[in-house]
Write a protein that binds this ligand. Structure first.
Ligand code: A3P
Length: 328
């Protein structure tokens, strides 16, 4: 069903880190079941993942999907955690009591983390499978690698995109501190621009889901929309879930989901997850917060003018032929 190719270029070797020592490209070969109903052809691109994933690719593809599942799918660093908390609360009648008591990572499970994280012996597929229904499941996998039943069972699926330049900065910090990368910033950015970082290619990740954005079971959001006007996004999310809340309830939810509140909230700020990963990947005790800046345009402070221009060219080239544009 899949083919696997080891990545062993000098660049790939330089991107090795304790959390992901070696990489493969995973290519879906079986195109008999297409997620698309538009009649157009589909040529999924291979996805870069830690080599560990090879043992799990078929299991993920055959993961059983239920109609009442809720799937939150993003490229890394697009505001996944923020969206998970928003969606979980909207879908659970604003049950703040459970949301504060039970860590978000247990309410909304990261499907493939045990299949990619080098030192983490967790069976995340079983954890996701055994969640109480309605199951909330998060994944960063591209469309081609996700469970094929998603396209026949059609559960609710929320996709979030974010401008690749801000993703680059956020992912760089994540890669350094959570995955223990000690290579250069330049190599990491070159890795993104040549689609050699874990979960790349980044732009076709969004484009595949954009092609599905008019499907009834798909809600396509952007980080920037959430940041600019969360209240309006919440109304769309409530509509998608068939929920109605009062203005006061929505105001309270906007407050709960604000960067400052989520940063203070131990159920959402990922302090324990980050401490564990930093310990495992050789960064114990260093200064890093998962809830880092939470801004639009942070790339302007961290990327050179030349790198920004290179990203702009990369994005323009990859979007040729599509009506999709990243939010700014
Ligand atoms: P920065 O690193 O730019 O600060 P993910 O959950 O997909 O890993 O995304 C993490 C990014 O989302 C981080 O971006 C984080 O700060 C940001 N984020 C998390 N919660 C947020 C919130 N409530 N408001 C704004 N940004 C948030």
């Amino acid at each position: 069903m899949f083919s696997f190719k080891s990545l062993d270029s000098d660049l790939a070797k330089s991107l090795s880190c304790p959390g992901a020592p070696t990489f493969i490209e995973v290519q879906l070969e079986d195109l008999t079941e297409s997620p698309f109903t538009d009649g157009e052809s589909w040529n999924p691109t291979a996805c870069v993942l830690p080599a560990k994933y090879q043992q799990f690719a078929d299991k993920v593809r055959n993961f059983e999907v239920y109609e009442d599942d809720v799937w939150i799918i993003t490229f890394p660093k697009c505001g996944t955690t923020w969206t998970q908390e928003m969606v979980w609360l909207v879908d659970h009648d604003l049950d703040y009591s459970t949301a504060k008591r039970v860590n978000l990572n247990r309410r909304s499970v990261y499907l493939e983390i045990g299949c990619i994280a080098h030192n983490l012996p967790v069976d995340s597929l079983a954890n996701a499978a055994n969640l109480p229904r309605p199951r909330h499941i998060k994944s960063h996998l591209p469309l081609a690698l996700l469970p094929k039943q998603l396209w026949t069972v059609k559960p609710k699926l929320v996709y979030v995109s974010r401008n690749p330049k801000d993703v680059a900065v956020s992912y760089l910090h994540h890669y350094q501190m959570i995955m223990g990368y000690r290579g250069s910033k330049e190599n990491f950015l070159e890795g993104l621009l040549t689609d050699k970082i874990v979960y790349c290619p980044q732009i076709s990740h969004a484009l595949d889901f954009w092609r599905l954005h008019n499907e009834q079971n798909v809600l396509f959001l952007t980080y920037e929309q959430m940041k600019r006007d969360l209240r309006t996004v919440l109304e769309r999310v409530c509509g998608f879930f068939g929920k109605q809340y009062t203005n006061e309830q929505l105001d309270e939810l906007v407050y709960h989901l604000s960067f400052d509140q989520m940063k203070k909230n131990p159920a959402t700020n990922n302090v324990d997850m980050v401490a564990g990963a930093m310990q495992m990947n050789g960064r114990a005790g260093e200064k890093f917060k998962f809830m880092r800046k939470g801004e639009i345009g942070d790339h302007k402070t961290e990327l050179s003018a030349e790198t920004i221009a290179n990203f702009d060219k990369f994005i323009e080239r990859e979007l040729i032929g599509s009506d999709f544009r990243f939010d700014q």
